[in-house]
Each structure stands twice: as C-alpha cells, then as structure tokens.
Design a binder for this molecule. Structure first.
Ligand code: SIN
Length: 293
C-alpha cells in the first residue's frame, strides 16, 4: 500500500498521508509504518473515521493494549477497557485533566507503556494542544561526565507525585497509592528496538534518585526536566477531530496544554500499549516518607 511520510518538526513527529486506518493493513505496509514510527517517534494520521473497535485493532498492530486496571473505573470506556476516556473531570471540586505535567505513560509501573495512541473526538476551537519531547536527543546532548553519572543511576517513578494527584483528598491519595506503589526505574533506558539510549525521567513522576536524598536529587532533576523539554526537542500537535496519533513512550515525554476554558469541549480516546518489563516496586524503607497515610 502506498503512503507518504512528511516530517512535522526537526526533533520528532511526522504525518502519514494516504492510509485509511479503519481498514486492514498488509504486513509489508505495517513493517514500513513501524520503521517510520521508530525513526520519527510520533506518527499522525489525519481525517480517520474510527469506531472503538477500529482504534483497538490499529493499536494491536503495534503491541497489546493495556486494560487499565490501575486507573479509576470511570476513566475507562464502559464497553472497552482497552480505551481510556481522556477528558477533564471534577475531582473534589477541582477540574483535573490528563497529563498536565511532562510524563511518559505508565512509567510508574513495572511495565511502562511501549506506546500510546490518541484519537481526537472533540476539540476546543483553539488550545488543548499536546507537546512531545525527544528523550534520545535529551540524553545525547548532555556532557559525557553527566551521561556517565546518569547511566548508573535509578530514579523513583511515582504516580502520586504529580500535581493532579497531590491536590486530591487524602482518602483518594491513599487508595491510589495502594493501587500504584512507587517503582525504581533506570534513569537512562536502552531502547529495545533501536539500541539508542534515552533519558527516562519526568517532571510528573520523578521526585528523586534512588539512594540520594530529595535535596541532592532535586537540582539535578530540575535541570534535566528543563534540558529535556527545551523547544528545539519538541513537536506540538494542534488537534483536529478525527486525528489519530501514536507515539513511542520509550524515548519521548509528553504534556497536555490546559489553555482552554470550556473543559467539556475536549475529548480523546487513548489506548496504552504494554511495554517490556522495567524497574521494580520500591519498599517503604527505600522510599521513606512517601507512604505516610
Ligand atoms: C495523555 O497524557 O495521555 C493525554 C494527553 C492529552 O490529553 O493530550
């Protein structure tokens, strides 16, 4: 099947033109799509008319979709647990959105997402863009001594560290902590398909390095968050309804912008594709203080 791949930014992101993803794709086309995805990290397909079943079938061509048990039931599609409903909702009187800080999906589990897929259903007339940053470039542009230092480090990934979670009532926090204990992850991961190293830290999930105090960790982490998300490492997606987009979580972080006022106007469907095992659950002793209830 014939298609074109048009880069959308220097660092990452490309549009695939000429394919209807509601239809089956032959193996040779799928292999070429995967190569394009590994090269560009984020692939966008515009104007796709997809049912929930089509979205799941598209996702399955890349990897097995997660059924999202670690998220609250109301976030899951009522008939298809493989699909998360990405829209703002009210928690304890406050509008919360998905992904309002930089992160890599499910990095706080021992099976971080290999990829995620978003399908835009409704969008505000302006605003509500999503940005991605290239974590290969983030790693490769650090100085050699800092790369060596990070190569040997592990970092805490904790779902409950992010601002969305921090502003929740304590009982919801405690329940979420039970479902999602913090994990230790390598600060630098080797991508299993490309063999390239990528930085694996994010503002949303990472409070500290393992074996270092928060005071020691935070200046280094804050520098890495700034470094990794600088504008020249980014691609910004200005959504239109029926846009379908897949990204590689093993070498990117992303951020949803909240610059729109009518939260009911933005709705996307997301699948999260199960990745390779990585990391280990942290014990209370290793992550002192965080388990206080
Ligand atoms: C997400 O972080 O998975 C959602 C991103 C978005 O809403 O744009």
């Amino acid at each position: 099947m014939d298609f074109q791949v048009k880069p959308l930014a220097s660092a990452l992101g490309a549009e695939v033109i000429g394919l209807d993803m509601s239809k089956p794709v032959d193996d040779e086309t799928q292999a070429r799509l995967r190569q394009a995805w590994l090269q560009h990290l984020v692939l966008l397909f515009r104007g796709q008319k997809l049912s929930p079943q089509n979205l799941i079938a598209f996702s399955r061509r890349f990897a097995t979709p997660h059924t999202h048990e670690n998220y609250e039931a109301e976030l899951r599609h009522p008939e298809h647990p493989e699909i998360l409903l990405v829209k703002a909702r009210e928690v304890a009187g406050r509008n919360t959105r998905f992904g309002e800080q930089w992160h890599s999906d499910m990095s706080f589990t021992t099976r971080p997402a290999l990829a995620s897929v978003l399908y835009a259903r409704r969008m505000p007339p302006v605003g509500g863009d999503t940005c991605w940053a290239n974590m290969y470039l983030a790693y490769e542009t650090l100085s050699p001594p800092l790369r060596r230092f990070l190569d040997g480090l592990e970092v805490v990934h904790d779902l409950n560290h992010g601002t969305t979670h921090q502003s929740r009532p304590l009982d919801l926090m405690a329940a979420s902590r039970k479902r999602n204990p913090a994990v230790r992850q390598p600060a630098v991961r080797v991508h299993p398909e490309t063999g390239r190293k990528a930085l694996f830290v994010s503002e949303w999930a990472c409070p500290q390095f393992v074996g270092m105090t928060r005071e020691e960790s935070q200046p280094i982490l804050e520098m890495l968050f700034r470094h990794s998300t600088q504008p020249q490492f980014q691609f910004r997606q200005m959504w239109r309804p029926d846009d379908l987009l897949i990204w590689d979580n093993r070498c990117t972080v992303h951020l949803a912008l909240g610059d729109y006022t009518d939260f009911s106007q933005r709705e996307l469907l997301r699948t999260s594709l199960i990745g390779e095992p990585s990391g280990q659950v942290l014990t209370r002793a290793e992550y002192a203080g965080a388990y206080d209830e």
